[in-house]
Design a protein around this ligand. Structure first.
Ligand code: BTN
Length: 285
């Protein structure tokens, strides 16, 4: 797929456009006047991988790729993200903010708040956020976020930001792999009825577009809402950095989305995403 534009890719992938009810017209019907372009695929390796390639080839900001299923869905810290067909939403959006990577430290947090808004608008319930990037309901994971930057090698400024989001929509408990069954949930399990994936996609796109408009305001207007949504605050947490484990209280979120913690010896520190994994002392939350 090297050096092909997105319309050529769409034409090539048409035979694999079995999307199990995902439908561009139904998505558009909920998008209102949002100018972003949504491209729908049956099966791809990873929407993030695909959009990063397109970003380097000059695809414009506001391009959104959605797949019914992914064969190589990726999560944070090199983990895989299970992406079966017919039940989830796997979406990547391209932003092109004119800034340095340091000015985007809060991007994952801003995305998490935008996704809580989207789920609330689509389904009527608001998930919590497990710092930094997991959407959770009743201590189980509803979805996750993987943000990846493409940098200009000469200036080291941001050429593009690819925001990838996966949300479990219509899985029943038995549909999840045994490895994640005790800690996973879906919108259907929360609501007790089927979740409209087309509606959710439209709400995700609208929320991301709104987020993009204030992304470089400082301090970020989303921080107050992030603090309200973040279920990690006020908890005892284990901070896993490589083989090292430290225990602490999570006490605040700083302006860049870092987690401020008080270690057991009273020392105050900031934990930034990407380098660590956070666990509650008694499990996933
Ligand atoms: C995580 O939970 O660690 C993050 C999961 C992010 C998954 C989404 S699905 C759409 C996009 N494509 C990917 O390969 N990953 C992200």
């Amino acid at each position: 797929m090297e050096m092909m534009d997105i319309d050529a890719i769409m034409a090539q992938m048409r035979p694999r456009l079995d999307t199990h009810g995902l439908n561009t017209k139904a998505i558009r019907a909920h998008l209102g006047d949002c100018p972003w372009r949504v491209y729908l695929f049956g099966e791809v390796d990873s929407t993030n991988t695909m959009l990063k390639k397109l970003c380097r080839e000059g695809t414009p900001a506001g391009t959104v790729l959605v797949a019914d299923r992914q064969t190589g869905g990726r999560g944070r810290l090199g983990r895989s993200f299970q992406s079966p067909g017919g039940v989830g939403v796997y979406l990547s959006a391209l932003l092109r903010p004119d800034c340095t990577p340091q000015e985007l430290m809060h991007l994952t947090c801003a995305t998490a708040v935008a996704m809580c808004d989207a789920v609330e608008n689509a389904f009527g319930f608001r998930p919590g956020i497990k710092w930094t990037n997991d959407l959770v309901v009743s201590k189980r994971k509803l979805g996750g976020i993987l943000t990846e930057l493409v940098l200009d090698p000469k200036t080291c400024r941001v050429e593009g930001a690819v925001i990838g989001i996966g949300i479990n929509c219509n899985q029943l408990e038995a549909d999840f792999d045994e490895s994640i069954r005790p800690i996973a949930t879906s919108a259907r399990m929360v609501m007790g009825r089927e979740a409209d994936r087309n509606r959710l996609i439209a709400e995700m796109v609208k929320s991301l577009e709104a987020m993009d408009q204030t992304l470089l305001s400082f301090p970020s207007p989303m921080l107050g809402q992030y603090r309200k949504d973040c279920i990690t605050l006020g908890q005892h947490v284990s901070i896993l950095r490589g083989d090292e484990v430290r225990h602490a209280d999570a006490i605040d979120i700083d302006a860049e989305g870092g987690l401020t913690v008080r270690y057991e010896n009273g020392e105050i520190g900031t934990v930034t995403s990407g380098e660590v994994s956070i666990r509650g002392l008694y499990g996933y939350i």
